[in-house]
Design a protein around this ligand. Sequence first.
Ligand code: GLU
Length: 435
Amino acid sequence: MSVRVRFAPSPTGNVHIGNIRAAIFNWLFARHHENGRFLLRIEDTDRERSTPEAVKAILDAMEWLGINYDEAPLYQSTQHARHLEAAQQLLANGHAYKEDKGGTGQGECIIFRMPGTDMAFHDEVKGDLRKEAKDMKDFVIVRSDGSPVFHLANVVDDITQSITHIIRGDDHVENTFRHVALYQALGAPVPRYAHLPMIVNAQGKPYSKRDGAAYIGQFREMGFSPDALFNYLTLLGWSPGEDREKMTRAEIIAAFTLDRVKSAPAQMDLRKLSHMNGLYLAELPLDQFMNGVREFLTGLDWGRSLDETYFAAVCKLMQSRTPLYSQAETWNFFFIDPIPYDEKAVQKNLKKEGARTTLETLATLLTATDFSEAALQQALRQAETALGSGEGKLNQTLRVAVTGVTVGAGICETLHVLGKERSLTRLNHALTTFC
Ligand code: GLU
């Protein structure tokens, strides 16, 4: 039998990485198996909390991450009749009973009768799980207002969609004992279960928005590449082995099996994610990288009308050093004049003894140099000899004078991109202003 799995989010708010990680693992599992099917079910029975915006956020997140599904999404709210039919079946065969809960006279709800025996199921991640009969109580499956409860709707829909494997967060482990009992009472084959480990912060607590970005929309806004985020999320609770981390989607699909899903909590590490994102950005074709950067610069005064050739040169220089598109905001020194100077950098590097002589020597040598990288290297070596300073010792002074900051790409590459005129103007400006 071919595997059929599903992602069954409740559309009640933003899409948390934990939710989408469940979608990704289901998708990978389906794509790993020949003829595997990945379905989407929107669990929108909570009419008060479900919103069309939240449905849209789910669909957008999936599309952005390239998680496609194989059949039209099933909206749980359309399955009402089936849920109630199942409840009637359970009443008819004695697995459920009616009760006026609290005796308020507001009507009867339908209650599922637990079998009264210990329950067990095998979890593909956590192993064999058991629960004693005394720890499981009968539970409501249809409220007195006639609305089905999550457990009933969830199980009935999984039967309707012929789901073979249920891969979901381990916050549902306890529910699963009830769900297995429901399957048995409904005479349906029990699917296999795999409960995914919780995503936690550095302190081991559930990862939330307080720990930094937690919703897919935020990662998108911050400039993450969907492929990098996808790759990173696969590593939250799964490992391909051999320390492999950066992998293509095809490689991940080929390697994805449930026996490599871990049961220990998975720690979300934004720095690691940024690092991975940088690896993805570094290997994009230049024009694609430029498009990504451009999107982030249009919100900035200086980022709107850029000279294409110059912009391309800046992007080429910075691409391998950019963990996030949004970091292009710090490239302002390439584009605006006069540049803003970082005060601390100026204090430390320009208002120090010898800075004036250094910059004067550099100004003279650079004036006589063409701005190819090789010529710039040579000019710097000459300046070092003239000033009796060690290799690379002048770089920071020069860098702060022409960029205003202490970090960036290699100094000669930076000067080359800035060009002779701009670099010398800034150098002389720094001399007269700070030294
Ligand atoms: N709507 C439930 C949730 O988002 C579904 C759980 C499941 O996958 O069965 O937690």
